[in-house]
Write a protein that binds this ligand. Structure first.
Ligand code: NAP
Length: 161
């Protein structure tokens, strides 16, 4: 299974100044649970924001400039090469595309599922957005809403057969 995993604001923002523009305690739990034991593919800027390979999963960083080759991290020069390396280094594991914008857009046609966390906030000065997609291509499942200073709702879009 190949999935996209992202969190976006009410106005579709995913990033600002190289960072995620909100911090919500516990919000990243789903990301950790889904991706642990599997493979995460991310762009070079997203990787630099995190600053280290995520533990207990294969990390594949897409970059034309950075070369990485470690115990649980490798670089790839394209999404296609990243998908090939996912099968080589973690055969049969689920693959999660974790951003940013370009990889989300490129992966939309091949992703079976989109795990989108809808964050109840409007970010006026965002600079990175989740790409447009056709909702009619998917079945939407709405999961839990978690309250707090900033509430959020889990959703999953599953591609229609
Ligand atoms: N809210 C969320 O769920 C979420 C998730 C992820 C990221 N973000 C946010 O999004 C922002 C970062 O995203 P971004 O879109 O600016 O950058 P990004 O996709 O993380 O990184 C862009 C870089 O990745 C490499 N890359 C991406 N696609 C490639 C391709 N097809 N072929 C070769 N190289 C490719 C290039 O690296 P080189 O320049 O090295 O060639 C490119 O400059 C940050 O603000 C981050 O916090 C939010």
């Amino acid at each position: 299974m190949t999935a996209i995993i992202a969190a976006r604001s009410r106005n579709n923002v995913i990033g600002r100044n190289g960072m995620i523009p909100w911090r919500i305690k516990g919000e990243q739990k789903q990301f950790r649970e889904l991706t642990t034991g599997n493979t995460v593919i991310m762009g070079r800027r997203t990787y630099e924001e995190i600053g280290h390979p995520l533990p207990d999963r294969m990390n594949i960083i897409v970059s034309g400039t950075m070369v990485l080759d470690g115990e649980n991290i490798v670089s790839a020069r394209s999404l296609g090469e990243a998908l090939e390396k996912a099968e080589k280094y973690a055969p049969g594991r689920d693959i999660y595309i974790a951003g940013g914008y370009g990889l989300f857009r490129e992966a939309l046609p091949i992703a079976d599922k989109l795990f989108l966390t809808e964050v109840d906030i409007v970010i006026d000065d965002g600079d990175t957005f989740f790409p447009e997609f056709d909702r009619d291509d998917y079945i939407l499942t709405v999961g839990e809403t978690v309250g707090g200073d900033i509430s959020y709702t889990r959703t999953c879009y599953t591609r229609k057969k």
